[in-house]
Design a protein around this ligand. Structure first.
Ligand SMILES: [Zn+2]
Length: 258
């Protein structure tokens, strides 16, 4: 039965990835998510339904517009694949649990935000707040069904704590830490805090370790200068995803050290 759940979530994740591509393109441009239909950015031809199948269409058209043959960014393919992989992974990690929908929304939200931050160095409120509201609502539902109100309380406290920490850091040094990251901390604290405060710590450290390793590497390779801004939200999202998936292996290991 778990296999069926993972398969269904993988397919659902591919479709969600397709929707996230619309979010990633339109929200920073202040365009509506529902209308008009998706069109080719080069020639303006509307995308037909048969060309809108996640992954398959991109591969069949070899990443180009059917009408004008202008190349379509591989980002569309990557986001769809990542959506499928994250949802399959989330289902494998949690199984038939009531908090699965909340965690899938969290992962989808982080994927969209990471992609937007990577392209534009912003974390739009119009994405962060709806994700926060959906994750919070779904966690309240999960807590109501299972009676895990304690977990929800821990999640709320972690959300507030991470937000406060980043709020202070942003106040002290707005150039290093943007306010988008402060808002994102609310989501990360809530989602990871649901599993316990150690997951929050793990996600935070994983994000910074990854950012530091990549930053040092890029500077050493002269692909980046020391004072160039980095899309910190990308690393925060990666760190959080790492905590969700690797937490069950790593957290028990470091709880034994006192
Ligand atoms: Zn075109």
């Amino acid at each position: 039965m778990l296999g069926v759940l993972i398969g269904a979530c993988a397919l659902f994740g591919l479709a969600i990835g397709s929707f996230l591509n619309v979010v990633i393109y339109r929200v920073p441009r202040n365009e509506s998510l529902v209308s008009p239909r998706s069109k080719c950015p080069s020639c303006g031809a509307p995308i037909k339904d048969r060309d809108n199948i996640p992954v398959v269409s991109w591969l069949l058209l070899r990443g180009s517009c059917r009408n004008c043959h202008a190349p379509i960014s591989p980002r569309y393919l990557y986001v769809e694949l990542a959506g499928g992989a994250l949802f399959a992974g989330g289902a494998a990690r949690l199984g038939f649990r009531w908090d699965l929908p909340a965690i899938l929304v969290l992962l989808a939200g982080l994927l969209a935000l990471a992609a937007i931050d990577l392209e534009r160095m912003i974390l739009p409120k119009k994405v962060v707040y709806p994700v926060l509201a959906m994750v919070a609502g779904l966690l309240v539902l999960a807590a109501a069904v299972t009676g895990d109100w304690h977990d929800l309380l821990v999640a709320a406290v972690c959300s507030g704590a991470w937000f406060s920490l980043f709020f202070v850091l942003n106040y002290a040094s707005p150039r290093v830490l943007g306010f988008g990251d402060v808002r994102l901390a609310l989501v990360l604290g809530l989602g990871l805090g649901w599993f316990g405060w150690r997951y929050v710590v793990l996600g935070f450290f994983a994000a910074n370790l990854l950012g530091a390793i990549l930053g040092v590497t890029l500077i050493a390779m002269k692909k980046m200068t020391r004072d160039q801004p980095i899309p910190y939200g990308v690393f925060l999202a990666l760190g959080a995803a790492f905590a969700v998936f690797a937490g069950p292996e790593i957290v028990p290991w470091f709880t034994r050290i006192h």
